[in-house]
Design a protein around this ligand. Sequence first.
Ligand code: FAD
Length: 271
Amino acid sequence: MSDSPILTPLPQRIHNELAFRLITVKDKVLLASSFYRLTFSGDMLTGFSSRGFDDHIKLFFPDAQSGALLMPTISDDGIVWPEGPRPAMRDYTPLTFDTQNNLLTLDFYIHDRGVASDWAATAKPGDTLLVGGPRASLQVPCGYREQIYICDETGLPAMQRRLNDLAASQTECTLSLYAFADASVGEAYLQTALPLERHWLGSGLMHGEPLQNLLTVLQAQAPITEDYFIWMTGEGAAVKLLADKLLTTTSVDKDRVRAVAYWHAKTATSR
Ligand SMILES: Cc1cc2nc3c(=O)[nH]c(=O)nc-3n(C[C@H](O)[C@H](O)[C@H](O)COP(=O)(O)OP(=O)(O)OC[C@H]3O[C@@H](n4cnc5c(N)ncnc54)[C@H](O)[C@@H]3O)c2cc1C
């Protein structure tokens, strides 16, 4: 008889039908002094579905000058926008969706300056946005024996979703979080009774020596079991470096690593 452990199946991608929906701010609260939690309502949310903890939707913002919010149509030729400049678009995680009342909740991390962050900071009940998606969801089984999550503030909404899913599934696993966020913010933000080993690595420090130190920690311990899942998100160059190094210097399997750039630091040349 083989001694091979039974492994949890690999994550599976599923596709959703594309839809654009107008949503209206219903409620807004400040969370952990760094996030605005906005709850949106709207009849067009009927049929909205988000089945992956790190799903994203596209938010389209009103024109900064006119306040107009453009709405595309979906035809056989694809997405058709009205004439004129396209609206600004950003990705966000659907934190919760209440199907009975058509209520969608999103958490916006407030950073120095940006279309989405500024919009959320000044948003008030009655303001509208356009959302598209989620077009696809990655369904990540809860059962992996060892699970490692790496992110900054922008990944904490997905992390909270994952913790909710894990709690509901009553999975027994080793759970670690390495977050480039301040401990006071992270502890106030995340709500879970699960035994989560938390490492708060400081806000804005996902680069240079702190990033290298995390890589050294991961290289030393990865992977402990054969049944593991590693999730890494945050600033694009940092995520790429971590994923590339981990996959080329350890026996970690790329099919068990989910690495996604959540935002990109502007370099002198990209400004
Ligand atoms: C799949 C996915 C899910 C996401 N989910 C969430 C979510 O639920 N909540 C959330 O808050 N964000 C989330 N993000 C990240 C968010 O989309 C980006 O941070 C986005 O750039 C914010 O847009 P903005 O208009 O505020 O700033 P931008 O106009 O895009 O950027 C303006 C400036 O701010 C910098 N910047 C952007 N983001 C940050 C940051 N986090 N910290 C410091 N500087 C930054 C940029 O480098 C740029 O210099 C997600 C991203 C992805 C890809």
